[in-house]
Design a protein around this ligand. Structure first.
Ligand code: ATP
Length: 355
């Protein structure tokens, strides 16, 4: 059931478009992540939902009610910022009480909410401290607590973990997921980190240059990107792209190797073949695979082995589950039809009827 709906929302800043007309529907209780490179308009979209920016055109609805011109404090949204935005001169307890000052609640109710939230976030022992006396992780927890006490309809997170070290980010990610599964509040989370986006989201919204490019389940987007940008943005090591020609006879010919495609497809001309590193099958020497290349180096990560392979000027990442190779070794590799993603070099969109 659609809960939050954006209808052709656009934002320009002094004539420059930060967000082209964008429509989006989010369900109640959904955890949605906006992801994309720096400057693509993620924060702008979030701030428009929060009411911290005014739309240049378009409308925003929450639960059928129009929200477009409603003041931020009356929207039922609470935002957690990257820089925590805590008041330095106030104690943790006062920071938590502050968002409640605009709500007409009995004092006991305010105290009860602060108590409940600080217990949930395990910050009860920090209530008398000031922000300067807290670690980064503790500050971020207080910032989340400040959003929680308001009991908003929607949580908005703007890159909340980017100031934390890798271990703490991992821990906070789990805590945010845990909170979401407990509270089931609609959550929108902005990040430029594709790993964070993949691990947190139920629904991923990939953005680029002021536009929503694709929305969907993160795994589905990974497996079925609608364009080269999404294919290349998601995945580490990144997807391999091999440029070649699809002939009228139904072959893909490239410097790396040739593949016979299914007959009767309608496409011919230049094409880009995208292959995820884990989807290559390394063939035995005497077994003629489609492609060949030379191992440049190997990264042994314990669970898997990343091979950097060069083939006729193309540099590929191949993940090997267990086989070990030495630099300089020649290898052959192939890929099953269902793991080949085809793109048009001119439009960068998917070509769907090849394989
Ligand atoms: P990042 O990951 O770096 O935070 P982002 O995807 O969140 O990037 P936005 O902050 O939404 O990107 O910015 C989108 C575009 O709008 C950028 O080109 C930015 O320079 C511009 N922009 C954002 N806020 C303003 C503003 N207040 N005035 C003018 N231009 C702005």
């Amino acid at each position: 059931m659609t809960y939050l709906r954006l209808d052709r929302v656009e934002k320009t800043f002094s004539g420059l478009t930060a967000l082209f007309p964008s429509s989006l529907e989010i369900n109640k209780g959904e955890f949605v992540v906006f992801v994309g490179p720096s400057g693509c308009g993620k924060t702008t979209l979030l701030r428009l939902i929060a009411g911290l920016e005014e739309v240049s055109s378009g409308r925003i609805y929450l639960d059928q009610k129009e929200l477009t011109w409603i003041e931020p404090k009356n929207r039922g949204v609470a935002m957690v910022f990257q820089n925590y935005a805590l008041y330095p001169h106030l104690t943790v307890e006062k920071n938590l009480l502050y968002p409640l000052s605009i709500l007409k609640l009995p004092k006991e109710e305010k105290q009860a909410r602060v108590k409940q939230v600080s217990e949930m976030l395990e910050i009860s022992s920090l209530l008398a401290r000031k922000p300067a006396e807290l670690s980064g992780g503790q500050r971020q927890r207080v910032a989340i607590g400040r959003a929680l006490v308001r009991q908003p309809d929607i949580f908005l997170f703007d890159e909340p973990l980017s100031n934390l070290d890798a271990r703490l980010r991992e821990q906070m990610r789990l805590e945010i997921l845990n909170l979401h599964s407990k509270l089931k509040r609609t959550t929108i989370y902005v990040t430029h980190d594709q790993y964070e986006a993949m691990t947190l989201s139920e629904t991923l919204v990939v953005m680029n240059q002021g536009r929503i490019i694709q929305k969907g389940n993160p795994l589905e987007l990974y497996k079925n990107p609608n364009c080269l940008f999404v294919a290349q943005f998601l995945g580490s090591p990144p997807i391999n792209i091999i440029k070649g020609q699809v002939t009228k006879e139904g072959n893909f010919e490239s410097p790396v190797g040739n593949i016979a495609l299914k007959p009767n497809h309608s496409f011919s001309g230049e094409a880009l073949l995208g292959i995820r590193p884990e989807n290559f099958m390394i063939e035995a020497d005497d077994n003629p695979g489609y492609f060949k290349g030379k191992v440049l180096f190997m990264e042994h990560l314990g669970r898997e082995i990343h091979l950097r392979v060069e083939s006729e000027g193309f540099y590929l990442w191949i993940i090997s589950k267990d086989k070990i190779f030495v630099p300089g070794e020649n290898i052959r590799f192939s890929v099953l039809p269902e793991n080949r993603l085809w793109f048009s070099p001119s439009s960068q969109n998917r070509i769907l009827d090849l394989n």
